[in-house]
Structure formats: C-alpha cells, structure tokens
Design a protein around this ligand. Structure first.
Ligand code: UD1
Ligand code: UDP
Length: 438
C-alpha cells in the first residue's frame, strides 16, 4: 500500500507527525507532499527538525495569497503529484486549504481520502476552516474523528457510521511523545524562571487579527493584565496586522509582554507546560492545553472543540476586553475554579490515535474495501425509516437480522447516541437506511 500525506501549515506538520512515525515503524510506503502554504523557517522547517521528519518528497510552493489563488495553485500542484504517484490513499489533516484542495483532487481521481481530525464544527460559515471541513466531508472515504461528539456531527451531515473511526486526536500522541524530549532539551531559547507567573499567548485567526477593533480590544486587555509575564510567540499574520493597524509599538512598550517570533514545537511545549494560563484563538492549543492540564482562555465566540469547554478546561471570552480581564481575575481569585480547570479530563484520547488510524486503514485495505467504486447496490432503492425497537438486540445483530439495513442514528429520550456495533437498541428509537430491490 502506498499512502500520500498532504501537509501545508504548522499544525498539520505537528499533528501528522505521529501518523508519519507510525507509518515509518510499520514500513509503509508513503509520499510526503507539502503545499508550501507555510514557508518561513519557524513556521515549517523548524517542525521537521523538532519532530525528526524526513524532508517532503514534493513542495508545491504555493506561498501566501488569496484563498482562490492559494487553493487553485494547490489543486493544480497536488493533481500533478497524485497522477505521478498513484497512491492507494490520500491523508489530509484538519481544516486548512490543503485539506480542501487535497480532498477535492484525490476524490476526483478516485483515490480514497482519509480525513484526520474530521467531524469538527464551529457552525460558523464565516470561517474559511468551516467551509474546508464541510467540503472535505463530501470528498472523504475514511473519517478519523477525535471524539464521539465529532462523530455525531458527521452523522447529522449524513455520513455513514461505517466510514467513521473514533480515534482520539493525534495531538495527544504528539504532546506525549515530545514533552519528555522537550523538557530534557537544555538549549531552549525561552528564558523561563521557575515560579514565574506566565501567561502563554498566541493568536492568528483571521476574525481576530484582520479586524482592527478586535485586535485593539485584545491588546488593551493584555496591557492591563500586568500581573503576568505574557509570552507571545506571534504568528506572521499577526505581526503583519499589528504593523498595519499601528498597534505593534503599543504592544512592544508594555514591559510585561514578551513579543517573540514563533517558536519550535519543543519550545512551545516547554512554554505551555510552565504557564499558569494559556490565552489563544488556536485550535490545536485548546487541545494541547487540556492535555497538559493548563487552563485555557479562548479568544473566540465559538469553538469547534466544545469538548474542552464541557470538560471545564476552557472558557470562551471572545474579543471583549472586560470579559478577558474579568475572567482571568475570577479564576485567579478562586483556587477551586483554577484547580477544576487544570484537572479537566482530556477528551482527546490516550496518545494512541495514530496507531488506531493505521489499524483502521490496514483493516479496510486487507478487506479490499479501500477503493472508490460504483456501489454494488446502485440499482437498489434506498428508503429511510424511524423505528422504535422493543427487542433486546445490539446494532450489529439488528443489521445482520435485517439485511440491507444500516442503523444511522440512535435516540434515547432527548439524547443522540452513537451507533456502536455493540450498542443495545432495546427501548431506543433508530433512524435506519434500508436498501431494497426495485
Ligand atoms: C492557516 C490556516 C488556518 C490555520 C493556520 C495555522 C487556512 C485557510 N488557514 O492560516 O486554518 O489555523 O494556518 O497557523 O488554510 N505568512 C508568512 N510566512 C509564512 C506563512 C504565512 O509571513 O510562512 C503570512 C503571510 O503574510 C500570509 C499570512 O501570514 O498572508 C497568512 O498566512 P496563511 O497561510 O494564508 O493563513 P494562516 O493565517 O497562516
Ligand atoms: N505552536 C508552536 N509554536 C508557536 C505557536 C504554536 O509550535 O510559536 C504549535 C502549537 O503547539 C500547536 C500548533 O502550533 O500544536 C497550533 O498551530 P496554530 O495555532 O498555528 O494553528 P491551529 O491549531 O489554530 O490551526
């Protein structure tokens, strides 16, 4: 089997690294395709060094540009590579333009797509990432979702539960594998003093940093939060906009704020694990914070990681100055609340997601099901039904007994349950697909 892995930005490199490691360990043939969306040393190369990844086999070199321009260049470049390499599977990760482009190209070439970290939803179509996720869903064959909640999101999008694999998030694998290495690494460029009141800060979301008013509100709050040393490795998009909106000097003049270049993954793990709080609009950092027991304050009004909020480790404050300051002060003055946030249970798995992903891929491949073909049942008629089940029967038995039936959703009172094969259906309501001869 040959797998093509598409990456393009910092978080994709970090979260795909454990999958690549797992392929290396299993001697799987793979090609690594970098779209070149992130290209500065500290946004790309640094992670290949930190995570000991081999150089990409291809770098399409799209660079920065408008969404249309960047996506069009990726589509053209990825198509050429996939035609030359003819892989059995294409893996994409997350919700960037690489996911959108890779998924479209591969599916049109009838190459199955495996979407790592599928099923996330912010339900906010003004975010480019939400559009990318939804389009990737249409094009994918295997959906590797981090949690049951994200799996249920896909059921509502009409995805067949047989194509969904609940694996946890590979970010936990990455955190666990690298934190030990990171803490042993002596040459960290960060000067962190033990016991220092550190607040780690990152922001780069278009809705925050491209909007001068929102960016100004956030900066004003940070300036007032002077009981902390705020360490702020700034994304290039943020630096560009701080300059554009004349906010850079204001930030640099605040003595307690250390504005630095983006740092490598090992350094970031050291920073995060030594911080009292993290304040961020990053997706990956919300996940890493709950993995490393660091309370997270998210500079957004919604999150596609609601599990972190439900677990109690993450609070959304949007971009309101007062809300940012009041929330930090409230947590600081309530040790019980701080402890609860720190101890919130990580919902993203045990650090074995990449193993589960590879196991699922091999199972399908060995069963000769990793193919895009015309369905055998194309001439059959599909109908949907809702049934109340009285029998003591699980999903797998029910489907075996009722040939041509797939249990798509299960409801119990007001709850939606994921249709695991072993789920007992007694006294539950099911939504089923039934295939019948015409
Ligand atoms: C992209 C992803 C976003 C992800 C983020 C991770 C999309 C639509 N967005 O956003 O989902 O959270 O990566 O960091 O795919 N720049 C540089 N050097 C670089 C890269 C970017 O200077 O190496 C600057 C350029 O001015 C560029 C701007 O940053 O215009 C934004 O970069 P871009 O890749 O378009 O989007 P991100 O904000 O990085
Ligand atoms: N990160 C890093 N150095 C930094 C900032 C972030 O290594 O200076 C890592 C962080 O640990 C996380 C990932 O980058 O794994 C998150 O990337 P980003 O916030 O750019 O993207 P998102 O997750 O929001 O898509």
């Amino acid at each position: 089997m040959k797998i093509a892995v598409i990456i393009g930005t910092r978080p994709e490199i970090i979260k795909m690294a454990p999958v690549i490691d797992e392929m290396e360990q299993r001697n799987v043939e793979y090609v690594l395709i970098h779209t070149g969306q992130h290209y500065d040393h500290e946004m790309s190369n640094q992670f290949f060094l930190d995570l000991e990844l081999r150089k990409p086999d291809y770098n399409i070199g799209v660079g920065s540009g408008s969404h249309g321009e960047q996506t069009a260049d990726m589509i053209k470049g990825i198509e050429k590579v996939l035609l030359a390499e003819n892989p059995d599977l294409v893996l994409v990760q997350g919700d960037t333009n690489a996911v959108l482009s890779g998924a479209i190209v591969a599916s049109k070439l009838h190459i199955p797509v495996g979407h790592v970290e599928a099923g996330l939803r912010s339900y906010d179509k003004s975010m480019p990432e939400e559009i990318n996720r939804e389009i990737a869903d249409v094009c994918s064959k295997m959906y590797f979702v981090p949690t049951e909640e994200s799996a249920i999101n896909l059921l509502f999008a009409g995805i067949n539960p047989k194509d969904i694999f609940i694996t946890g998030n590979t970010v936990v694998d990455a955190c666990m594998r690298n934190l030990k290495i990171a803490t042993k690494k002596l040459d960290t460029s960060l000067e962190i003093t033990a016991g220092e009141n550190i607040l780690a800060l990152t922001m780069h979301r278009a809705e925050n940093v491209d909007n001068p008013q929102r960016l100004q509100n956030i900066i004003d709050a940070l300036i007032e939060l002077n009981e902390f040393t705020i360490i702020f490795p700034a994304h290039p998009r943020t630096i560009k906009n701080l300059k554009k909106f004349n906010l850079l000097e204001k930030l640099e003049n605040a003595e307690h704020i250390k504005l630095i270049k983006p740092i490598g993954y090992l350094d970031f793990l050291v920073l995060l694990s030594n911080s009292k709080f993290v304040m961020t609009d990053s997706g990956g950092i919300q996940e890493e914070a709950i993995t490393l027991n660091v309370p997270c304050i998210t500079l957004r009004y919604n999150t596609e990681r609601p599990e972190t909020v439900k677990a109690g480790g993450n609070i959304l404050v949007g971009a309101e100055k007062d809300k940012m300051i009041d929330t930090v002060k409230k947590i600081l003055s309530d040790q019980n609340l701080y402890d609860k946030m720190s101890e919130a249970k990580n919902p993203y798995g045990e650090g074995d997601s990449s193993k589960k992903i590879l196991d699922s891929i091999f199972k399908l491949y060995d069963e000769n099901k990793l193919k895009i073909t015309v369905p055998d049942d194309i001439m059959k008629v599909k109908s949907r039904k809702i049934l109340k089940i009285k029998e003591n029967i699980d999903v797998a038995e029910f489907e075996k007994k009722n040939k041509g039936t797939t249990v798509k959703m299960v409801f119990e009172k007001s709850n939606v349950l994921y249709p695991y094969d072993y789920l007992n259906l007694k006294d539950k309501t099911v939504l089923i697909d039934v295939l019948k001869e015409k």
